[in-house]
Write a protein that binds this ligand. Structure first.
Ligand code: NAD
Ligand code: MG
Length: 398
């Protein structure tokens, strides 16, 4: 087997680190072409040294000199590239066969889309890209005859239990519903009134998963599940009424496909992102991921219940956004990124996150997406609007 060249966008983050952990277990199958980080130059340098990366990309160019110095001190010969554009350059390199897209937020859109446009196999963790530009990704994957393999645990589970030819249409392959499971986050079963005083650290303290801070807050508001509903719409060409969300606090069943004949196929495993990462890396094969084995007889119980849309209105908003189409997912995502950032800086309360998203959806004008420029422009406008809403939010609850 020839070794595959992999570029990891966002290698210094939670998914990036788990990806490097899996790669290190399979030195014969993969070699690292490029690694990227936004500001953590010290970690990026150590990763480049350990994985013998050809390129070290620092997207925030102010840290380029510090990265260069750190690499020299480690005796590492990786070439430094700086700035956001360099991300799109490394994914397009001839040496890159596979791209792991693990940047957080809309900031990952351009290099992630570039990877597909260059015909690379895309392992997609950066769900925000798919949410805001789903149609562009589908078109690019079709035109460049390449595969997008979801890394998000729910979508990876669906990818595992759907038939190979699902792209011909879910109805054609007998699918009735896609059932996305959600842990419910750290505030499951809490009444809405009790949520206003929540601190960023409490919101980031997820019961089952250890993740970056943005997605941890998204999990606590259930907006993560909302983003995932939209992600599933594009990845699997599903209608909104074909997607269902079920709360499953143990995070053992990662998602399910319900078929026309009554069969429900699920993928199970311990909550460890190295499983979906390893599956995405080895697809259609299977490789060792370093995770604990699931022991069913040692588990207490597996529970399922419907989501509470009153305490967590962000999930309901996502279904409205899907129905609205056009630029609504761009507004939903941009407003959420602005609001989560403000929450993490303790400028707004927890309950104001979905309120700001809702207000932005009401305020921004509807529009259509024809290409990348439209996505970028609507994203910019929605961020401006959300920031204006934020200014008012300091004195009045939205
Ligand atoms: P993280 O915050 O731990 O890491 C983010 C990475 O993106 C870092 O390498 C950071 O340097 C880089 N980055 C941040 N801002 C950037 C910018 N403006 N330009 C370029 N690079 C930038 O996040 P994470 O938890 O690893 O999540 C990454 C993505 O994967 C997110 O889209 C998230 O929703 C998705 N995801 C994560 C998990 C998980 O378990 N962590 C699970 C499913 C999906
Ligand atoms: Mg997920």
């Amino acid at each position: 087997m020839t070794s595959q060249g992999i570029t990891v966008l966002g290698s210094t983050g939670s998914i990036g680190k788990s990806t490097l952990d899996v790669l290190a277990r399979h030195p014969d199958r993969f070699h690292v072409v490029a690694l990227s980080g936004d500001s953590n130059f010290a970690l990026l340098a150590r990763q480049c040294k350990q994985h013998r990366a050809r390129f070290a990309v620092i997207s925030n160019a102010t840290h380029a000199t510090a990265l260069q110095t750190a690499l020299v001190e480690l005796g590492c010969k990786s070439e430094v590239l700086a700035g956001h554009k360099a991300l799109s350059e490394v994914v397009r390199l001839k040496e890159t066969d596979v791209v792991m897209a693990a940047i957080v937020g809309a900031a990952g859109l351009e290099p992630t889309l570039n990877a597909v446009q260059a015909g690379k196999r895309l392992l997609l963790a950066n769900k925000e890209s798919m949410v805001i530009a789903g149609e562009l990704f589908r078109k690019a994957a079709f035109e460049n005859d390449t595969t997008i393999i979801p890394v998000d645990s729910e979508h990876n589970a669906l990818f595992q239990v759907l038939p190979e030819n699902f792209a011909s249409g879910l109805e054609n392959v007998g699918v009735d519903r896609l059932i996305l499971t959600a842990s419910g986050g750290p505030f499951l079963h809490r009444q809405r009134d009790s949520l206003q005083k929540i601190t960023p650290d409490e919101a980031c303290n997820h019961p089952n998963w250890d993740m970056g801070r943005k997605i941890s807050v998204d999990s606590a508001t259930l907006i993560n599940k909302g983003l995932e509903v939209i992600e599933a719409r594009w990845l699997f060409n599903a209608r909104p009424d074909q997607i269902e969300v079920v709360i499953h606090p143990q995070s053992i069943v990662h998602s399910m496909v319900a078929y026309r004949d009554g069969s429900v196929l699920a993928q199970l495993g311990v909550p460890d992102m190295r499983t979906p990462i390893a599956y995405a890396l080895a697809w259609p094969g299977r490789i060792e991921a370093g995770v604990n084995r699931l022991n069913l007889t040692e588990m207490n119980k597996l529970e399922f219940c419907p989501p509470d849309l009153d305490s967590f209105p962000g999930l309901g908003l996502a279904f409205q956004v899907l129905k609205a189409g056009g630029n609504a997912p761009v507004i939903f995502n941009a407003a959420n990124e602005v609001a989560v950032d403000a929450f993490l800086q303790e400028r707004i309360g927890f309950l104001q996150i979905p309120s700001i998203v809702s207000a932005a959806l009401d305020t921004c004008e509807a529009g259509n997406i024809e290409g990348l420029d439209d996505v970028l422009e609507y994203d910019r406008l929605a961020r401006n609007t959300s920031n204006n809403i934020l200014k008012v939010t300091k004195t009045h609850d939205v």
